[in-house]
Design a protein around this ligand. Structure first.
Ligand SMILES: *Cc1c(COP(=O)(O)O)cnc(C)c1O
Length: 394
């Protein structure tokens, strides 16, 4: 069995890292759908429970299928340890409960997933953990916001829906200079396109629901980082708090990871082709895609990512009326907020994912009424273009 996967390429790791076989000799990863594990004696049970000997106890915190997924994702992100969780939000919650206490502060990018904002702003605040939200690219504002209580900086790059990119190395240096940790939600790139730990981030968060699954089937999440950061209280929250991933979902994600690199390349190729086509349409006012030379952080994206991913946003002339017309004239593209699927999806952020923030805040964040976000799938890109052209070119 290979323990150190660091010399192997990403494609190889995505297919093979972390697999263990039973004496049955199965070639594919085994699915252990069992809540508990049996011991040979009372003494063995006692030793396992106390942690004196390693081994399976109960699937809330030890399951071989979940462990294979954890090992594989850790190998892909280049981290020592991975803890799989029941959802992407459970990954963020478990990290915060494991590392923070009352009085601590979080600095978070203002361009993060809506439920992450709610978790920080409405839930953790009730336990005396305060969050300050900062414009992703304003390094000076980040710098000025640190206090002795700051423990975590939390961000996504590229951001949703405007695909802003932040310099991870710079942010890691800033955080470390203030004794804080950099936590990166790597949902949009996946390890196939970007490995934040390599740039100095301390912890990577995943919603496995998105590109890791890749076909919109299961909810799950993961935390990746060093053994020192995750092996103590973060694992403790999972073990005693029960934010655990189901073995079945882990098994589905293992299948997803086998094709992750191929899919991310294909999502990126379709994303770039769609973004270029949109930029040439007279009804389109602006296209947001890191792969376009018109993107303000295009050079940084080229350095930090191996490709530009599947999220494309664009603003149409004519505001909400035209944006909704584009959506309502699609026949192929799914009108749903999920992303990272082989199926292309479309949303109107101002009235859905960002509908709960005030119009002034939306305007300040450039989430205009004419903005549309597409998670580009793996269909023929000309079919996706034709589906959008119907509403765009009326
Ligand atoms: C979907 C998403 C999450 C939350 O993941 P769930 O699996 O839905 O809990 C967190 N961050 C980002 C960027 C997401 O897109």
């Amino acid at each position: 069995m290979i323990d150190d996967w660091s010399e192997f390429g990403l494609e190889t790791r995505a297919i093979r890292a972390g697999q263990t076989r039973t004496e049955e000799g199965e070639h594919s990863e085994a699915l252990f759908l069992t809540s508990s594990f049996v011991f040979n004696s009372a003494a063995e049970a006692a030793a396992r429970f106390s942690g004196k000997t390693e081994g399976n106890v109960y699937s809330r915190f030890t399951n071989p299928t979940v462990r294979m997924f954890e090992k594989r994702l850790a190998a892909l992100e280049g981290g020592e340890r991975c803890i799989a969780t029941s959802s992407g939000m459970a990954a963020i919650l478990t990290t915060c409960l494991g590392l923070l206490k009352t009085g601590d502060q979080i600095l978070a990018s203002q361009s993060i997933f809506g439920s992450s904002v709610t978790l920080f702003d409405k839930i953790l605040s009730r336990f005396g953990i305060q969050t300050k939200f900062i414009e992703l690219n304003d390094y000076q504002v980040w710098e000025n916001a640190f206090t002795p209580q700051t423990r975590l900086c939390f961000l996504e790059t590229p951001s949703n829906p405007l695909t802003e990119i932040v310099d991870l190395r710079k942010m890691a240096d800033l955080a470390h200079a203030h004794n804080a940790l950099l936590v990166v939600d790597n949902c949009f790139c996946s390890p196939a396109l970007q490995q934040p730990l390599k740039w100095g981030a301390d912890i990577v968060i995943h919603s496995a629901t998105k590109f890791l699954d890749g076909q919109g089937r299961c909810i799950g999440g993961a935390i990746v980082g060093s053994e020192a950061l995750l092996g103590g209280d973060v694992y403790g929250v999972l073990r005693s708090g029960g934010t655990s991933l189901s073995p079945f979902n882990a098994w589905v994600f293992l299948k997803g990871l086998e094709t992750l690199n191929l899919r991310m390349k294909a999502h990126s190729a379709n994303g770039l082709a769609l973004a270029q086509w949109l930029e040439a349409q007279p009804q389109v006012k602006k296209v947001y895609y890191p792969g376009l030379p018109s993107h303000p952080q295009h050079e940084l994206a080229k350095r930090q990512q191996s490709a530009f991913g599947g999220l494309v946003s664009f603003e149409v002339h004519g505001g909400r009326e035209v944006a909704w017309r584009v959506i309502d004239n699609t026949r192929l593209i799914s009108i749903t907020a999920n992303l990272g699927d082989t199926k292309t999806t479309i949303t109107h952020p101002a009235s859905t994912t960002h509908g709960r923030i005030s119009p002034e805040q939306r305007e300040a964040a450039n989430i205009t009424e004419g903005l549309l976000r597409i998670s580009v799938g793996l269909e023929e890109v000309t079919d996706i273009q034709a589906d959008l052209a119907r509403g765009l070119c009326q």
